[in-house]
Design a protein around this ligand. Structure first.
Ligand code: WTA
Length: 681
């Protein structure tokens, strides 16, 4: 693995960076009340006297707001001429057109210019106590060498490079190197199987893949290069695979493979950044929807970066010099926005967490907080629920006095977990921000902060929309619900710079999924409740997407795999409440007639198939074999009924009059009880 070597003196700022920095560094000096201290660029906005007024203006006059923020926070080589050109009804979203910039310059060069020795990355390696620090100068050098290497191997502006790596400095440098030379990246979570990886490589039409020889997580070695070898067999577009060395173990290299670190050493430490348009693609990131095929959401340069940076700064109250610890994997949007782009755009020190919350013991996070002096900690409710069960002593052993803000993301955080996080981890002194957002939104949309320092925070509620975010709730008729103390489908009435621009190769699917259900609005797929006070609480997905340990998975994706088994006639997968994972996977399977197999054997086979074709986390916790599934007279599976059965909510089964054969429900209920009694401890 590329090691920090303190060679920042080799760095020579490119002429591009010098030119753009000169224009960036001048900031308007006008100030008004405390707004100037809170958000300097807002001081120039008419009629803004406090935070509430600023939030108001960010929605009512969003163009002025975003223009001021974009001018102040990004380093442009050419200023934009149009703040936004959006038409939600057509799924058209464009921000800062005319503007030119380079994302890697914004994340690296400008900080190297002012403080090259500042630490950009702290790599908290799986092996406890062996963390490594990389300064901005070193990260820039790594990025430039890699950018040059990719260029030398023919990667061009507009190409899409697939990155299949664990969270590590070279993965960050790979993302930034793509950004530097104008290529898009497609990071695939290193827990995905060869088939899932291959599908994403093919859809993204990548000819270049970057990986490591082996991954190390929780003390276990994973054969990532071998997985890539298997995947690329079914990816005719792939011409080259760059292989970095995370462990010392050699792997078989083919003619297609390139030893990454070795080749990087031959490259120059200066790499001219590509001058990108605001709306050029920065990355694709695949996520699950309600059909079997994952969708490659597309994020572009300026708007995404600006939104990630602004939310990172204000939701977490990040200040210069803080150490920001987001423990998400870079394979998910949280890793993109709050491990890489947001923190680096703000010149932060960001932690790359390679391990698990319980390796080598359940004190891992808090030991890390003490060792690295983390100021903001951002994690997932599933990990908090898990750690809570191990007891307070694992937390109390460590000094957590550096912590200022605690964040939660990915799924609803239940009150018990929230209270424990606040009371035990944060000693009751740190605000807990439950942040709601999605791969589609690019960054946090609803969170308790920013708000006045003493403003209340209600446990388990995301609460307040961020600057420029205008949420609305819709009733079943598609009408906007205007009153408080009400629930509905969560939509956004206005565009914001961080939102996804399209689905790669399928703009129609983008429109159909997000803009067609409520014309003129962006539909999130989630339901929400708005309290009497006007605070938002997310109530969960309204579509067939479930959330296992904060990882999204479409039930249809799992069904597609299960249905490939020759013994299976049909299946239906639903989520159920799981005490640690948030949701677990429950599969109903109907076998073909005349099939004679042991159910236990078939269950094992089906679990194996799902792990192999998708990922381990998608593998069903329960498989219930049934003679038939409850269906409507028109033949649609009544998932609503199945969901109620697995939650043991028989009172809530609702109207069964449209069922083709009500006896099917009784069979399902009995089968469920039998399965539960077998699995009770
Ligand atoms: C869910 C993760 C409740 C939600 C950043 C959303 C949440 C999906 C929260 C997006 C939260 C995320 N409270 N639910 N604070 N945060 N979700 O794309 O259902 O992996 O639609 O992005 O996770 O998952 P994704």
């Amino acid at each position: 693995m590329w090691l920090p070597c303190g060679c920042t003196s080799k760095y020579v700022a490119s002429s591009f960076a010098r030119r753009t920095l000169a224009s960036y560094l001048h900031v308007s000096g006008r100030s008004r009340c405390n707004v100037a201290a809170f958000m300097p660029e807002a001081a120039g906005l008419e009629g803004v006297s406090g935070r509430a007024a600023l939030r108001e203006l960010s929605v009512s006059n969003s163009e002025s707001f975003w223009a001021a923020v974009a001018r102040h926070r990004l380093c442009w080589s050419t200023p934009f001429h149009t703040v936004q050109d959006c038409d939600l009804s057509r799924g058209k979203i464009k921000w800062f057109e005319g503007g030119k910039l380079n994302v890697s310059v914004n994340c690296l060069d400008r900080h190297v210019h002012t403080c090259p020795e500042r630490v950009a990355l702290i790599w908290e390696r799986d092996e406890r106590g062996s963390e490594m620090k990389y300064t901005y100068g070193e990260l820039l050098e790594m990025t430039c060498r890699l950018g040059n290497l990719l260029r030398r191997h023919g990667v061009k502006r507009g190409d899409c490079v697939t990155i299949y790596m664990p969270t590590c400095p070279l993965a960050v440098a790979s993302m930034l190197a793509c950004a530097r030379i104008g290529a898009a990246h497609n990071v695939v979570f290193a827990g995905f199987s060869a088939d899932a990886l291959a599908e994403r490589i093919r859809d993204a039409q990548s000819s270049t893949v970057i990986t490591v020889n082996q991954g190390v997580r929780g003390g276990k070695v994973t054969e990532l290069k071998k997985t890539v070898d298997t995947a690329v067999q079914s990816c005719p577009t792939v011409k080259q695979v760059f292989v970095a060395m995370r462990t010392d173990n050699p792997v078989t290299m083919t003619a297609r493979d390139i030893a990454m670190e070795e080749e990087m050493l031959k490259e120059d430490v200066v790499c001219e950044p590509a001058v990108m348009n605001s709306e050029d693609v920065l990355f694709l990131l695949y996520t699950s929807g309600s059909t079997g095929k994952p969708k490659g959401l597309v994020h572009t340069q300026a708007g995404y970066l600006l939104y990630a940076a602004l939310t990172h700064r204000y939701v977490f109250s990040y200040h210069d010099g803080d150490v920001f610890g987001c423990v998400a994997d870079i394979g998910w949007i949280t890793g993109h926005s709050y491990v890489v782009y947001g923190p680096l755009a703000n010149g932060a020190t960001t932690v790359l967490f390679e391990s698990t919350p319980i390796y080598p013991d359940p004190g891992r996070y808090w030991d890390m907080v003490e060792r690295l002096k983390i100021n903001q900690f951002y994690g997932a409710p599933t990990a908090i629920r898990l750690l809570l069960k191990y007891g307070d002593q694992w937390v109390n052993k460590y000094d957590r006095s550096t912590l200022k803000t605690l964040g939660s993301v990915g799924e609803p955080i239940n009150t018990e977990a929230w209270e424990w996080y606040h009371r035990v981890v944060g000693d009751g002194r740190c605000p807990v921000v439950d942040t709601w957002w999605q791969t589609e939104t690019g960054g946090i949309c609803i969170a308790p902060r920013p708000s006045d320092p003493d403003a209340e925070i209600v446990p388990g509620m995301a609460m307040r929309p961020f600057f420029g975010i205008n949420p609305v709730l819709m009733d079943t008729e598609g009408e906007v619900l205007t009153s408080n103390n009400t629930s509905g489908a969560l939509c956004m009435a206005q565009p914001w710079p961080g939102m996804a621009r399209t689905i790669h190769n399928d703009h129609q699917r983008f429109i159909d999924t997000y803009f067609q259900p409520y014309p003129g609005y962006f539909f999130t797929g989630d339901g929400a409740y708005r309290s009497e006070e006007g605070y938002y609480q997310i109530t969960g997905r309204l579509d067939d997407v479930i959330n296992v340990s904060g990882h999204r998975i479409g039930t249809a994706e799992i069904e597609d795999v299960v249905n490939q088994c020759p013994a299976v006639a049909e299946s239906a997968v639903v989520g159920y409440t799981h005490s640690i994972k948030g949701q677990g996977v429950y599969a109903f399977v109907v076998l073909k007639k005349g099939i004679d197999v042991q159910e236990a054997d078939l269950s094992r086979q089906l679990n194996g198939m799902v792990s192999e074709k998708i990922a381990k986390y998608a593998s069903p916790d329960f498989i219930q074999f049934a003679k038939r599934l409850p269906k409507t007279r028109s033949g649609k599976i009544m998932r609503r009924v199945l969901r109620k059965v697995v939650e043991s909510d028989l009172e809530g089964l609702g109207d069964l009059s449209t069922l083709d054969d009500p006896a099917a429900v009784q069979e399902i209920i009995q089968g469920h009880e039998k399965l539960l009694s077998k699995n009770r401890p």
